[in-house]
Design a protein around this ligand. Sequence first.
Ligand SMILES: CC(C)(COP(=O)(O)OP(=O)(O)OC[C@H]1O[C@@H](n2cnc3c(N)ncnc32)[C@H](O)[C@@H]1OP(=O)(O)O)[C@@H](O)C(=O)NCCC(=O)NCCS
Ligand SMILES: CC(=O)OC[C@H](N)C(=O)O
Length: 244
Amino acid sequence: MTEETGLLRTLAEDLSVVVARDPSLTSRREALGHTGLSAVWAHRVSHRLYGRGMRTAARTIARISRRRTGVEIHPGAVLGRRVFIDHGSSVVIGQTAVVGDDVTIYQQVTLGAVGWWADNHRPSGARRHPVVGDGVILGANATVLGPVTIGDHALVGAMATVTEDLPPGARVYAARSVIRPAPGPRAVPPLGAGPVPVARTGAAGPGVPPVAARTGGPVVASVGDRPPLSVSDAVRELASAGSW
Ligand SMILES: CC(C)(COP(=O)(O)OP(=O)(O)OC[C@H]1O[C@@H](n2cnc3c(N)ncnc32)[C@H](O)[C@@H]1OP(=O)(O)O)[C@@H](O)C(=O)NCCC(=O)NCCS
Ligand SMILES: CC(=O)OC[C@H](N)C(=O)O
């Protein structure tokens, strides 16, 4: 990770990185509205305030940023240069995390601690969060927990969980979803045809008698032994119950 550089130069780099790494953007102007960029910029400021002992101001900026972007970065976390957060929603980066240069972070990534029940036994000031090397890629929903080290240029795939050190260049993949052949064709009714009729043949639960689907019109819901409702009946019922 390189030495800290001037704030303005770092912010300008952050902007260039978003244009370079998000193919959905075509210009720097468009990139100004990028969620991840806002989060990184806010953190650059809050981290500097935190380092100068202005914890309340730092926390306030982090909180506003979280509300606007969905990205929660503790002001104490260290972010390298050209860190790219794409989309950003639900990214959480803990207080003692260190993120290297040129790291890419997709939505829902957690750089977290293992939990207070273990961390409260660590010596005061001990690290609880990961150190992420330069050029690492953290896929959507990747979770890295504890004071582990992710080697440079490693890739933690989408949905993967890591709780141990990774050597440089390592690849971690979560189990893939199971793919099965389609059980049969699924009819797609034309728009405006109303809800697809739901055939209820089994009992809804212990002691609840089965409900047969009404044959004369569309059915959207049935509960217990009540007859199924049409959309307009359901809307009318909700409105009259005051729960609309
Ligand atoms: C980190 C955590 C997974 C550790 O689990 P633990 O039970 O406390 O402790 P261990 O690391 O000893 O794990 C126990 C076993 O589960 C296994 N294990 C841990 N994570 C696993 C996972 N994601 N999938 C499968 N097995 C896992 C370990 O390999 C170990 O197996 P072993 O006994 O055969 O070696 C658990 O404490 C946790 O999920 N904490 C919450 C962390 C969190 O949400 N942080 C967010 C902060 S923002
Ligand atoms: C992000 C995270 O690890 O949260 C857990 C706890 N707040 C802590 O800082 O340790």
